[in-house]
Design a binder for this molecule. Structure first.
Ligand code: GLY
Length: 290
């Protein structure tokens, strides 16, 4: 099987000033994930490493650079899933972790599926993860947006990755700071299996970005999977699901999709969505439509 990876840096009203950073960040994350896949690493390694890079890159709403909630605090959600045994791990409302995606993977490898807040922190510490200072996650752009008491219009939302390794095994991961000025304790689609993500080696995988409440209400990822299970091309499946999201609940979001044959798709009805994927050994990065 030829390795394949597709990553995204969020669907939203990404400001012109951030376009270059989004493209570069997505490209580097896809390159690193692909490098690991060519070395024979499992899909999980490629997904975790790609998302760690996106979390470290402050241009994205994940890890350092996350949106602040109403209280001026970063609270993050993340999820991991693998497509052989359908193992899922997710965390919600976690603070003071540089890499929530690594925590989600640890949860996936435990007996749990979803851990929140304090419990997730206890689990992380007991598994050797270190906390970072809460202030380290906050970048001046987001502090200023919060202080102006307005919605940050210029950024995307969530990062995600889907990878197919040379054994034909798929994995997906997502990480987010959620929505700007969100109510403390608010949780969106990212840690919810079937809404923000799904993967199955028998069909393919999908990662979403956008308005979490709308994505949750239509179980968007499962809608895509139903199309993939019928053999529909990932591009057609993604476009159809975004149409359905808008028709049914007026939602705005984006999707990256990778099927078991290694075919990719991406659709969004936001202004922009940054993403990158490979064609053989070449990485392609885009942010506009088309
Ligand atoms: N899609 C991210 C969120 O709504 O939290």
């Amino acid at each position: 099987m030829q390795p394949r990876i597709i990553v995204h840096g969020g669907a939203g009203a990404i400001a012109d000033a951030l376009v270059k950073g989004h493209l570069q960040g997505c490209r580097e994350a896809a390159e690193e994930g692909l490098r690991l896949l060519w070395e024979g690493a499992p899909a999980e390694e490629a997904v975790e490493r790609a998302i760690c890079l996106l979390e470290d890159d402050e241009v994205f709403d994940a890890g350092r650079g996350s949106f602040l909630n109403m209280d001026g605090v970063v609270e993050m959600d993340a999820a991991f899933m693998e497509g052989a045994s359908l193992l899922v791990g997710a965390v919600a409302g976690v603070r003071k972790f540089a890499h929530p995606i690594s925590l989600a993977r640890l949860v996936m490898e435990s007996e749990h599926v979803l851990l929140v807040g304090e419990g997730a922190t206890r689990f992380a510490l007991s598994h050797g993860l270190r906390q970072c200072p809460a202030e380290w996650l906050i970048v001046p752009r987001e502090r200023e947006a919060w202080e102006r008491q307005r919605r940050a219009q210029g950024v995307g939302d969530t990062v995600g990755a889907v990878a197919l390794d040379e054994r034909g095994h798929l994995a997906v991961g997502l990480s987010t700071g959620g929505r700007p000025f969100k109510f403390p304790g608010r949780v969106g689609d990212v840690p919810c299996v079937g809404a923000g993500f799904y993967v199955d080696d028998g069909a393919g995988g999908v990662a979403a970005s956008g308005e979490g409440e709308a994505i949750l209400r239509v179980a968007l990822a499962r809608r895509v999977m139903e199309q993939l299970e019928r053999g529909i091309h990932p591009q057609e499946a993604a476009s159809w699901a975004i149409g359905l999201l808008y028709q049914r609940v007026g939602g705005h979001a984006g999707l990256i999709v990778l099927d078991r044959q290694g075919r990719v798709g991406c659709a969004f009805n936001t202004r922009r969505m940054s993403r990158a994927w490979n064609e053989g050994k070449e990485i392609i990065a885009c942010i506009e439509r088309g």
